[in-house]
Structures are given as structure tokens and as C-alpha cells.
Design a protein around this ligand. Sequence first.
Ligand SMILES: Nc1ncnc2c1ncn2[C@@H]1O[C@H](COP(=O)(O)OP(=O)(O)OP(=O)(O)O)[C@@H](O)[C@H]1O
Ligand SMILES: [Mg+2]
Length: 298
Amino acid sequence: MEKIIRALHLIHDYVQKDENGNIESKNRVLWDISVDIEAGSFVVLLGHNGSGKSTLARHLNALLQPTEGTVWINGHDTKEQREWLEIRKTAGMVFQNPDNQIIASVVEEDVAFGPENMGVPTEEIWQRVAKSLESVDMTAYRYHSPNKLSGGQKQRIAIAGIMAMRPSCMVLDEATAMLDPSGRREVLEAVHRLNKEEKVTVILITHHMDEAVDADRVLVMDQGQIAMDGTPKEVFSRVEELQKLELDVPQITELAWQLKQQGMPFSDGILTQEQFIHELEQILQPGGKGTEHVADSI
Ligand SMILES: Nc1ncnc2c1ncn2[C@@H]1O[C@H](COP(=O)(O)OP(=O)(O)OP(=O)(O)O)[C@@H](O)[C@H]1O
Ligand SMILES: [Mg+2]
């Protein structure tokens, strides 16, 4: 499988300098990170506040350069300034606050802004705008003012703006954090569709554990290092370790885990209500594998 992102022994120090340029303080926030991301995969990045998620995200867009080690985006080394344009075309970033990402007063102009800046021919720009709006289900708002849209709609416009630059990879840094549940759902559906239909590699940073359930891979950061790396089922089976890292698991995973602690034979890493109900039925059926525990547990 092709690796669209490669980080090798990535170290990042935030350095504070005084007015004379002398180093005042140095804060190491990424400690020797080596990770590869497969093209076309949907990766969720978790970790408590300050664990280094946004810092790592900024390396994927060459907004930061490694203090030590190397990051390649589609083979381009982020330390090489001449590669930055190509890197930023390859890996688009969507941030938390939708209002800070809207530039124009009409939706279609906002989406056109990126490809215009890249010098894409006019006719192609409008083809891309139409396609991008369609891919986030916002075609009906093409001539609207972005200011009047909901948070979820604004984020989808921001995503369309990135899509119009034809990235192979999209990094969303808590892009759903300021949205209500329906806005979150809209944005997640749009991102999953882009991943499935357009094969865009997605790196989604979130504090909402349920957003990780459908990922191909979950990375958990702790103190500037990758503490866990696996499928959602593998990672969310490690409930106690996650709790030590001050992280939750999805509610349904937690419920199954609690019941297991009480003696009901649930599998580890239950991720969906369907799985939960299926296992509960197995446990509760006459002669089922756990009937003797049920009276004690409920
Ligand atoms: N510009 C900066 N200068 C100095 N230190 C910084 C800077 N930005 C972040 N930090 C520090 O680096 C560490 C990692 O921050 P980062 O923003 O990458 O974490 P995060 O996992 O994204 O956190 P959150 O969940 O709160 O968004 C924190 O201790 C933070 O205070
Ligand atoms: Mg952050």
C-alpha cells in the first residue's frame, strides 16, 4: 500500500526567543514520532489536551518543520521550502472555528478561492466548485451568503473549499468541536463520503470517541508520543489504559465493559449498538453463555 504520510523520528520543540534572538525556553512537545499513513485510509487521532495532536497536524501541512527527524507528504520533505506549495495542495487542513475559514461573501466564491490562488484555469475552477459543493451536499447553497449558514453547513463549505484544491489528504483538527450534534453528523457524513468515494485520506482529530468508531485506524497520543495504534476495536478494548490517559471510550463500549466487569461475558471492544444487542441476545437466550450471571448483574 502506498504511504501518503511518513514521519520518521519526528521531534518538535517550540522555542521561545527574546528580542535579541537568544533562546529563552524550549518546550519539547513531540518526542520521536515515527508513523506511516496509508493512502485512502481514515485515521482518527485521539489524545487529551496538550498531548501534541495539533502540533503533529501542523507538520502534515508544513505549517511547522521538524526540529529533528523528517516528515514526507506524498514523498515531499516538509523541511524543503520549495515543496511547501505542493505539500499544501496535497494535504488540506480544516480547523475548529468555521467562521475563521470563510473568506468570501458568497458560498461559490469562497469555495473557488483556493483553486483561484493556485492559478487553476477559470472554467476548471467552476467545474471544481460544482463538484466540491455536490460532494458535501451543499449545492443548494451555492449562491447564498455563508454568514447565514449553520455551523455544520459552514464547515462543509470549508471542506468543499479544500476539496476544490483536489487534495489527496485532509486533516481535520477538531473540525466538529464547535458544532451541535446534527452539525457534527453532517460534517462526519461528508468526510466519510469523501474518503469512500473520492479516496481522500482523512486524518480526523477529535475529542468525541464515537467519531472514531468508523475509522480504519485509531492513533492515541500521550505526552508527545503515540501511545496506541490499532483498529477502533483494538484500541477501545483497552479501556483501563485509555482511562489512565484521561480518555473515554464510546458510551456503548463503556456499558459493555462495565457489564463485563460484573460478570456478563461481553466481548472486548464492542463499538455499536447492533453489536451490543446481538451479544446481549446471545447472553440472555435460554441456555445462553451468560444466563447464570444476569441475575447478579442487573
Ligand atoms: N505556539 C506554541 N508555543 C509554545 N508551546 C506551544 C505552542 N502551541 C502548543 N504548545 C504546547 O505544546 C503542547 C502540545 O500542544 P498541542 O496544541 O499540539 O496539543 P493538542 O493535543 O492539540 O491539545 P488540544 O486537545 O488542547 O487541542 C502543549 O503543552 C501546548 O501548551
Ligand atoms: Mg489541538
